[in-house]
Write a protein of this length. Structure first.
Length: 134
């Protein structure tokens, strides 16, 4: 039998106490199954007004040591997180009555950032997910 989820509370310093709930992101699969091709199509479409990234790059210049976060990286992370939630900062919510639902573990800023970027670009909607952040 699944254990009921209890909200975690904190005091101002981040320690558990009766004063505040920790913010938590929730991801719900609202479709019968995830539409990964639809999500990929939306992710690969440049938003209006955004120029092609490679337009002024020198192909012979050395590759930079770091590169900006790309929406395709976040989509790849989401696909892996659905299969292995615990390894990607999510936990599955059992008994939610939905097809599937996950919540971020505590206040994981990286998970929240990835989900926010995917939601703002419409990728989560295209894949059949709904995102709520607290």
């Amino acid at each position: 039998m699944a254990k009921a989820l209890q909200p975690r509370v904190t005091t101002g310093g981040g320690r558990a106490g009766p004063n505040r709930l920790l913010p938590m992101a929730t991801l719900e699969l609202v479709a019968e199954q995830a539409n990964w091709m639809g999500a990929l199509l939306v992710a690969m479409t440049r938003p209006p007004g955004v120029p092609e990234r490679r337009a002024h790059q020198d192909p012979w210049a050395p590759a930079p040591t770091t590169r900006p976060q790309r929406i395709s990286d976040d989509l790849s992370w989401l696909r892996a997180a659905v299969d292995e939630p615990a390894a990607h900062g999510l936990r599955r919510l059992e008994g939610s009555g939905l097809t599937a639902a996950w919540a971020s573990q505590e206040t994981d800023a990286e998970v929240g950032g990835r989900l926010e970027r995917l939601a703002s670009r419409g990728v989560l909607d295209a894949a059949g997910f709904r995102f709520r952040s607290a």
